[in-house]
Design a protein around this ligand. Structure first.
Ligand code: TXA
Ligand code: MG
Length: 315
């Protein structure tokens, strides 16, 4: 793609209408949600959606999440259900994505679903995302706003460093409060946790009143695009480090001496919010290895470990 000028937009009404105008013209706008920054395009415009894949260098078999301002807007695109209603009431707006059967008249680009009969939908909570969606007035397809395989962005500067020259605008809304991508819940048959994230499996099971299988447990049904080495910094990542080795960058958790600490008080939610920012910072030092303290595999820790395992996977 040609080197295109990337506008930096803020939170004013004028900047929001500019961002919506760019979307309407088929452009790409990175915008903050409470999870990570998304790279938004008009979900009904094939060319605009294709530009997302191009800008990210993303394999085209990986379907995208559609962002909407309200449950009414969601119901126009997917076949709603009682289970969807329960979790939507409990967790929307917020860091939860639902995969549901797509309606034949949805009008969403096939590039969004990568040819599947299902659609991933979510209503973000971040006020700036809400404002942009309301102003634009249509479904916005948005993967995380990073080059495929790079760390997900939780601040506007992460997006600028990665995608300047390849996207039309970045809407700066400060740091993302959750800092990890949304939980993805498949509700096409029995509930399946397709990706751990900001809402935990236990919370979902409680609201649904039935167990939620993991992807491994429901191996027959797969989430496409779950490439193993996905959150890769340039450095090698060494997990579960209980002692530090010479020359490593040290990412700690809990009471431990280190370069950056995800949460000195061992708070998993705080750790999630810091994860990508700290990986970015340590990666920028250029040491060959980033070592990471063990993270408890409970609650938000499951999502953190999922991202760390991807960052550490062979590539
Ligand atoms: O928090 C988030 O979800 C962020 C923000 C920007 O909203 N978005 C995000 O998008 O993480 P992305 O594209 O990086 O991840 C989308 C995931 C992929 O793993 C993809 O396989 C899955 O959603 N997905 C999308 N549509 C699907 C579908 N119909 N069935 C199963 N999985 C789907
Ligand atoms: Mg991503």
């Amino acid at each position: 793609m040609a080197n295109i000028p990337t506008e930096r937009l803020g939170q004013s009404a004028q900047d929001l209408s500019r961002a919506a105008e760019i979307l309407a013209q088929g452009g790409l706008v990175a915008f903050p949600t409470e999870t990570v920054y998304g790279l938004g395009a008009d979900a009904c415009n094939d060319r605009a959606v294709a530009r997302i894949y191009e800008a990210k260098g993303r394999p085209s078999f990986n379907p995208l999440i559609v962002h909407l301002p309200s449950v009414e807007a969601v119901k126009r695109l997917v076949i709603w259900s009682d289970a969807a209603d329960l979790v939507a009431r409990a967790f929307w707006t917020g860091p939860l994505t639902l995969v549901l059967p797509i309606r034949p008249d949805a009008g969403v680009s096939k590039l969004v679903t990568a040819g599947l009969e299902t659609l991933a939908v979510r209503i973000p909570a971040a006020p700036l995302a809400q404002d942009l969606l309301a102003e634009f007035g249509g479904p916005v397809a948005a993967p995380s706003a990073n080059t495929s395989g790079h760390i997900s962005p939780t601040r506007a500067v992460h997006v600028q460093n990665d995608l300047t020259g390849r996207i039309d605008a970045v809407l700066d809304g400060g740091a993302c409060s959750v800092g990890l991508e949304s939980t993805i819940l498949g509700l096409v048959g029995a509930p399946i946790l397709l990706r751990p994230g900001g809402v935990t499996r236990a919370e979902l099971a409680q609201v649904l009143g039935k167990p939620v299988a993991t992807r491994d447990e429901a191996a027959a049904i797969s989430a496409p695009g779950q490439i193993k080495s996905h959150y890769a910094p340039r450095a090698q990542v060494r997990l579960n480090a209980t002692e530090w080795r010479d020359g490593e960058s040290r990412l700690g958790f809990g009471t431990v001496e280190c370069d950056l600490n995800l949460s000195p008080s061992a708070d998993l939610t705080e750790a999630a919010a810091n994860l990508f920012e700290y990986l970015h910072q340590l990666d920028a030092r250029g040491t060959p290895t980033i070592a990471v303290s063990p993270i408890p595999d409970t609650g938000m820790g499951t999502a953190i470990n999922d991202r760390l395992n991807r960052a550490a996977a062979d590539r």
